[in-house]
Write a protein that binds this ligand. Structure first.
Ligand code: ADP
Ligand code: MG
Length: 705
């Protein structure tokens, strides 16, 4: 028998969405969805419903409950359909508001139905209604219980309600295509299609709940009696598993290809290290030594290093970086030290310059975005020729125009300001360049799994001895004067400190405004005190001069936007006063306060509120009064803000798809995925290799490194 057209029409996950046009010309809505990235039936499946409500039985009117879906039958006894005042669509259609009352067929009960902004054709239809089915959510409006925008159908159609199925399913609007349209597409998927859904990553072998079942549950393709809240939760976790699995495979791919590449072989140069250590006024902590060992071991391995050294502000990461850089330079390679801000680059250049002269094999250079083209060209030449072998800089270091003779090590300070892409770009400037990333924001485990699984980690836990530590206090408006008195006392003791204002994204001008006003105000409050400003609009040379004056003790208070957030190191500074602290993440506040209390003097951090804030916001800040453990603080931040805020993860991607996996909510799932992927790579690489190779191509990872 020849098959008829519909049975040859076999849908698979990779079938184009157009297949659902069933051979007809695809509708505008369908084309819009395709254009928005929903190209295949798989993508359609991932456009999950916002909610699915079980359809109720037909019930007597007196069982109507607020905020519940109600299905009834009745006769319309009253109709008011009036033009919606002042509402015209495209100047052509007049829209209407409708108010209808239905009465129970057997009995006197009535229910009000209300619609807003209905089209003329719908109005015409309404005028014909008499005995009807109706279905809607009961709401209270101006003291009256009514169904707003209910579905209505004529009662003569006896099967209508049974044809509704078990569920009322609501899909999201995507690129202005109404959810109903998407629902219609999903409804066209034949039963065998649902049966045959399987993970293209083979996760159905790893997870007890088949992917097909998870999609069925979340798209409400089950009889209502079989659905439970637990099943929905399991289904959601199953999809989270799938999403995490793909992420983890990508991370694993990156790691694998990096680890297969050859990297410069760097031998430890003990003499150079000894020469440097002799110049330091202190000895390294055990954790610092361990970090140096980890880094040197990586660089000896013959493969590119990808290591993150994390440790609280002030634990001494710079020294670790320097010490390891020496061996790289001595092996004939170049080192790039990349900082997230110019201020920090300048500060590093400044502190390190005292050593450069005494370590003749180091040939330093500085590269900043704000430098004139001519200056940059000069630095560039020195890097291409290899004349300079240690360059400090900002993002400008990985511009295309910058080339190195022999880049061996890229050091990235305060990593979370740089994305993965940028990291790869910088590494791409050398052959198998080693990468050392330093972070003062401790990375909680879930986050490190989710985003940094391709890195090796070293954690510096101990602080150098002799630190006096730091006290933190919230200054509520009532205590403002007391706080000012305290600062006065510290100034009298020749202390220095910072007043910091948050950056407000939309308007740099506003930031500047805040800083300027504070500058003028505090100049009056503290007469005879030298106060200076530091902000993003200043030229590098001006910033440099200001910082130098501050370091030299010529300035007592530095009023600044968050440009000082990272890295400035002035041991005499004892107070850090942060204004509008409620606008900062806890980790940022923690980093900021790490600028003080670094030397002999104890540090003070004031979180200055200029108005009362919510108890929840206050409680959040109190965490800083209570603990100085960066990990605890980072975790609290995660609880409060979620990953997107903290790390600015890429939100682009396909607009049609709402991500299910949330590494906080599904941290257990993530942990399991991580273990499973590791296990697979160890035990059955033949299963996973083909997928990794495909992903590597997709990610273009083979080209970038
Ligand atoms: P971070 O880890 O925040 O980058 P830095 O590298 O800037 O910290 O170090 C902070 C300060 O501590 C610097 O002044 C540095 O010279 C000093 N320092 C680093 N290691 C030690 C140590 N082992 N003992 C005493 N002081 C140290
Ligand atoms: Mg640092």
């Amino acid at each position: 028998m020849r098959s008829n057209p519909s049975s040859t029409n076999k849908f698979t996950l990779s079938s184009p969405l157009e297949a659902l046009a069933m051979g007809k010309k695809p509708s505008v809505h369908l084309l819009t969805l395709q254009g928005a990235g929903m190209r295949t039936l798989e993508e359609l499946l991932w456009a999950l419903p916002l909610r699915a409500l079980p359809l109720p039985q037909v019930r007597p009117f007196n069982q109507l409950r607020l905020n519940e879906l109600f299905l009834g039958q009745g006769r319309i006894i009253h109709k008011e359909i009036r033009p919606a005042f002042g509402r015209r669509t495209k100047g052509r259609f007049l829209l209407f508001n409708a108010y209808l009352i239905v009465q129970e067929l057997e009995g006197n009960g009535t229910i009000a139905l209300r619609w807003f902004n209905v089209y003329p054709n719908q109005k015409k239809l309404m005028e014909t209604w008499d005995r009807v089915w109706f279905l809607g959510n009961a709401q209270e409006w101006r003291g009256q219980v009514q169904l707003v925008n209910p579905k209505v159908h004529i009662l003569a159609d006896a099967d209508w309600a049974s044809g509704l199925g078990d569920w009322l399913i609501e899909y999201p609007t995507i690129s202005k295509v109404p959810g109903n349209f998407t629902a219609g597409l999903v409804a066209k998927l034949p039963a065998p299609f649902w049966q045959e859904i399987h993970s293209e990553y083979g996760t159905d072998e790893l997870h007890p709940l088949p992917l097909s079942q998870a999609f069925k549950v979340l798209h409400a393709r089950l009889p209502a009696k079989d659905m439970t809240a637990e099943l929905r939760k399991d289904a959601e976790e199953r999809l989270a598993y799938e999403e995490f699995f793909v992420d983890q495979l990508k991370i694993a791919t990156r790691r694998r290809f990096i680890k297969k590449k050859a990297g410069p072989h760097i031998d430890e140069d003990k003499d150079a290290q000894a020469a440097f250590l002799k110049l330091l006024p202190f000895t390294l902590t055990d954790d610092q030594l361990k970090a140096v060992d980890d880094v040197l071991a990586d660089m000896r391995s013959g493969h590119p290093m990808m290591r993150m050294v994390q440790g609280d502000v002030g634990c001494g990461k710079t020294v670790v970086a320097m010490l390891t850089a020496l061996s790289v330079v001595q092996a004939g390679y170049q080192v790039a030290f990349m900082c997230p801000t110019e201020t920090l680059a300048l500060q590093h250049a400044e502190t390190l310059s005292q050593y450069f002269g005494k370590l003749p094999f180091l040939k330093p250079a500085l590269m900043l975005g704000s430098m004139k083209k001519k200056e940059r060209d000069t630095v560039n030449k020195a890097l291409v020729s290899g004349e300079a072998n240690f360059v400090i800089g900002t993002h400008s270091l990985f511009q295309e125009s910058v080339a190195f003779a022999k880049l061996g090590l890229a050091i990235i300070d305060e990593q979370h300001k740089f994305g993965v892409e940028q990291r790869l770009q910088l590494m791409g400037k050398g052959l198998g360049t080693h990468c050392l990333i330093m972070s003062a924001t401790p990375i909680p485990r879930t986050l490190s799994l989710a985003q940094y699984g391709d890195l090796d980690f070293t954690t510096i836990k101990v602080m150098p001895a002799g630190r006096k530590g730091i006290k933190s206090r919230i200054v509520d408006p009532v205590n403002y004067e007391k706080y000012i008195d305290f600062i006065r006392q510290r100034l009298a003791m020749k202390d220095q400190g910072y007043f910091v204002f948050p950056a407000i994204d939309e308007s740099e001008t506003q930031d500047l405004q805040n800083v300027k006003e504070a500058f003028e105000g505090y100049t009056k409050t503290f007469p005879g005190t030298r106060i200076a400003m530091l902000h993003g609009k200043m030229k590098a040379a001006e910033k440099d001069a200001t910082i130098k004056d501050f370091v030299a003790g010529k300035i007592s208070i530095l009023i600044s936007t968050t440009v000082i957030e990272v890295g400035i190191n002035v041991t005499n500074a004892s107070f850090m006063c942060i204004y509008h602290p409620e606008r900062f993440g806890l980790s940022s506040l923690h980093q900021l306060r790490g600028r003080v209390g670094r030397g002999e003097k104890p540090g003070f951090c004031f979180l200055v509120l200029d108005s009362d804030i919510s108890p929840a916001a206050h409680a959040r800040l109190e965490i800083l009064e209570q603990t100085s453990d960066g990990f605890v603080i980072a975790e609290a931040d995660l609880q409060n803000r979620g990953e997107g805020d903290l790390f600015g993860v890429d939100q682009s991607g396909v607009v049609t798809r709402r991500r299910v996996a949330d590494f906080h909510k599904h941290s257990k799932v993530l942990e399991k995925v991580y273990q499973d992927v590791q296990q697979l790579m160890r035990t059955t690489p033949e299963k996973i290799d083909p997928i990794l190779i495909r992903l590597a191509r997709d990610q273009k990872i083979l080209d970038t490194i």
